[in-house]
Design a protein around this ligand. Structure first.
Ligand code: ADP
Length: 486
């Protein structure tokens, strides 16, 4: 990895504003090569305790800063991310695998959260309420929640942190982060930029660890009464566990969990736009996003044409290491992820799905998988009940709008949903009838810092990004002033 600022490649714990070495370390692997790229320090329960102690001290100072100071700090972080975009993207691609252009896009997206919440920091408005008696005045203030904890996934190693850290800082909170075991280097690079910024030591700490450490560190964060909020992005299984653990201290909890996004193409759709939508929604990040199209329903009248045009586009993808300039699709994160995609393809075929292209590991070996297209994937298949989280698109034909909306909603998940139509009345009807927190109409790309990201049903609690993302980091305080003597 060639970095112009080698100081961004950090491998120690970042606690209380200091880099703390540790003898206990674990290997971080480049998924494109299987080689170790760094040995990162493993945190313990004591590290969590020290981080929370420092966070409390820093937060008491930070909550008393003006909104303008917090704005300036966040805007400075946004600038710092952009100034180091190439290095941060190189680190991200090395540990996560996505093509460099996508990694650079993620850094800009992460910077976007710092920029957005810099602006929102000055709009943490309160309310006055017409009083219930003449001698009183009723006020509502929004105050910082306090010290928060974040647990983040590997698929967006920078942006998923930014969208928790930026609103926390904007609201006047501190944050202790446990990043995903596969991708701690992006988190530590961000910590280095925070260390260089005008932000109190201890306001942000990073406690990394391997998969064996995850549950111990998670439990320490959930049970600590000084932590008043947990923000988690990851699987529904772990989210439920953390929600239970947070019950003992009644923490505020935001959860961004798994999805099972339906992607519906009606006969009246602009097919080229729908194919562009599937390509970005299904194959970006090798299909490893919680808003990836998972079940692709195509109406009978355009099913054959859609299949053949999508087939051409899929075969044009270039599989290779993210660091190679020509690659448009990188490796999967781990062997387990590759096995899951294989299992989904095998299961769908055993239930009658037809393989149009791909369907097997790539000849490059490792965790590369050939971009895949299947047709006639039944609703009983694993591809329809679980996130495939890989570059395998499965098409399912349908006849009527009522039938497809019912099928789309027939899942415990409700994160994102997409559909393509040129019928105005249908666009309103279907978007209102889909049970999901987010809907893309005639687009496969919906994420942006200005908009509320989050799900319904078992896809989560709360929203990130937008002005609603800041609400997650503030508590409402009602003040009743009496005795005003009228
Ligand atoms: P994925 O399957 O995509 O890796 P996970 O939900 O397993 O999703 O992981 C998301 C984050 O949750 C990671 O930071 C991981 O280390 C963490 N994690 C996994 N298991 C636990 C656990 N038992 N307690 C706390 N955190 C956990």
């Amino acid at each position: 990895m060639q970095l112009s600022d080698a100081g961004l490649l950090k491998t120690d714990l970042f606690i209380g504003g200091r880099w703390s070495p540790s003898n206990a370390r674990y290997d971080v692997i480049d998924p494109a090569t299987g080689q170790t790229i760094a040995e990162v320090a493993r945190a313990t329960e004591e590290s969590v305790d020290a981080a929370v102690t420092a966070a409390q001290v820093a937060q008491r100072k930070w909550r008393d800063t003006t909104a303008t100071q917090r704005r300036d700090a966040l805007a400075g972080l946004a600038d710092a991310l952009l100034a180091h975009e190439a290095d941060l993207a190189a680190i991200l691609t090395a540990e996560q695998g996505k093509p460099l252009a996508e990694a650079a896009g993620e850094i800009r997206y992460a910077a976007g959260f710092f920029r957005w919440f810099a602006e929102e920091a000055r709009r943490v408005y309160g309310e006055t309420i017409p009083a219930h008696r003449p001698d009183a005045r009723l006020l509502v203030q929004r105050q910082p929640v306090g010290v928060g904890a974040a647990i983040t996934p590997w698929n967006f190693p920078s942006a998923m942190i930014a969208r928790k850290l930026a609103p926390a800082i904007a609201a006047g909170c501190a944050l202790v982060l446990k990043p995903a075991e596969d991708t701690p280097l992006s988190a530590l690079a961000l910590a280095e930029l925070v260390a260089r910024a005008d932000i109190p030591s201890g306001l942000f700490s990073v406690v990394a660890g391997n998969r064996d450490d995850a549950s111990r560190l998670g439990t320490a964060l959930c049970l600590d009464p000084r932590i008043r909020k947990l923000s988690f992005t990851g699987s529904t299984r772990v989210g439920k566990l953390l929600l239970e653990q947070c019950a003992s201290t009644v923490k505020r909890v935001s959860l961004e969990l798994g999805g099972n996004a339906p992607f519906i193409v009606f006969d009246d759709a602009d097919l080229e736009a729908a194919i562009d939508g599937v390509m970005v929604c299904k194959f970006r990040n090798s299909g490893q996003t919680c808003v990836s199209a998972n079940r692709i329903y195509v109406q009978a009248g355009v099913y054959d044409e859609f299949t053949s045009r999508l087939h051409e586009r899929i075969d044009a993808l270039v599989v290779g290491p993210g660091a190679d300039a020509g690659s448009t699709i990188g490796p999967l994160i781990t062997t387990a992820a590759l096995k899951k995609v294989e299992q989904h393809v095998t299961d769908a075929r055993s239930q009658g799905a037809k393989l149009i292209t791909g369907g097997k590991p790539h000849q490059r070996g490792g965790t590369f998988f050939v971009p895949t297209l299947l047709t006639d994937v039944p609703d009983s298949s694993l591809m329809h009940s679980e996130e495939t989280f890989g570059p395998a698109a499965g098409l399912t034909p349908f006849n009527t709008e009522a039938e497809v909306v019912q099928a789309a909603n027939d899942t415990p998940y409700g994160l994102a949903a997409y559909f393509f139509t040129t019928d105005l009345a249908r666009s309103w009807r279907v978007s209102e009838n889909l049970e999901s927190g987010m809907v893309g109409v005639n687009t496969g790309l919906i994420s942006t810092p200005e908009a509320p990201f989050g799900g319904v049903k078992e896809s989560g609690l709360g929203r990130e990004g937008s002005r609603h993302g800041l609400d997650e980091w503030t508590d409402i305080k009602y003040v009743c002033v009496g005795g005003l003597g009228q």
